[in-house]
Design a protein around this ligand. Structure first.
Ligand SMILES: [Zn+2]
Length: 221
């Protein structure tokens, strides 16, 4: 995690400091090596948020597009007491999950159920073949910045993110940032919208949209 409480104050990790997890209250230790993104790590294996994944530069670059107070927001279900840490929750109540590691469809569904108003931003550049395969499998963009594609890659990237909430895949600087508007797992055909990263963040910050209109890739053609 990026933030923990140190002497009761929300703080980023600094070398050789201990803090308290803002979610579970457990002790956390700063990890500030030369080859890792500086972060806080639980001192002992805990029952803290099992949805949390180790952060990379990719996560931090995205989170930094949003105000600090919107990052790592702890949300609690009043009925069940279940607690999770949203990567970003805008002041307008939209959760943005930046996901790099693969998660099972059941967990995707559980997170969507928990967060309700949310969008996914997936790191599609984790696998360089996915970037190239996507560029090769799509048409050029039309006047509305839309492209059709037929997924020919071996990975299950699109099958895995066959979600009901809006899904954006970041294929890196060379291959673009795309909203996956539709995807049919049987035919492997889909429709994607080329999106400007700055405009995406600005739209969420300004509450111009929560991107719920049109739904996710699983919405019907
Ligand atoms: Zn914790």
């Amino acid at each position: 995690m990026r933030y923990a409480n140190v002497d009761g104050v929300r703080a980023e990790a600094q070398p050789k400091v201990r803090g308290v997890c803002r979610s579970c209250g457990g002790e956390v230790i700063s990890k500030c090596g030369a080859h890792v993104v500086w972060h806080w790590s639980h001192r002992s294996l805990t029952n803290c948020d099992h949805w949390w994944e180790a952060e990379t530069e990719w996560h931090r670059r995205w989170k930094d597009r949003f105000h600090e107070s919107w990052q790592e927001v702890i949300l609690r279900d009043e009925l069940s007491g279940e607690k999770h840490i949203a990567d970003v929750r805008t002041g307008h109540g939209v959760v943005v999950e930046f996901q790099r590691s693969t998660i099972e469809p059941a967990e995707v569904a559980a997170r969507e159920q928990f967060y309700q108003r949310m969008v996914w931003v997936i790191d599609g550049s984790k696998n360089e073949f996915d970037c190239v395969n996507f560029s090769n499998s799509r048409s050029g963009v039309n006047e509305n910045a839309m492209a059709r594609f037929r997924w020919s890659g071996r990975s299950k990237l699109f099958q895995r993110w066959h979600s009901t909430k809006p899904v954006f895949i970041d294929f890196g600087e060379d291959h673009g940032f795309w909203r996956i508007c539709r995807f049919d797992p049987k035919s492997k055909e889909g429709v994607a919208l080329l999106v400007d990263r700055d405009m995406f963040a600005a739209a969420l910050i300004g509450a111009e949209t929560d991107f719920s209109s049109g739904g996710g890739p699983a919405s019907t053609f």
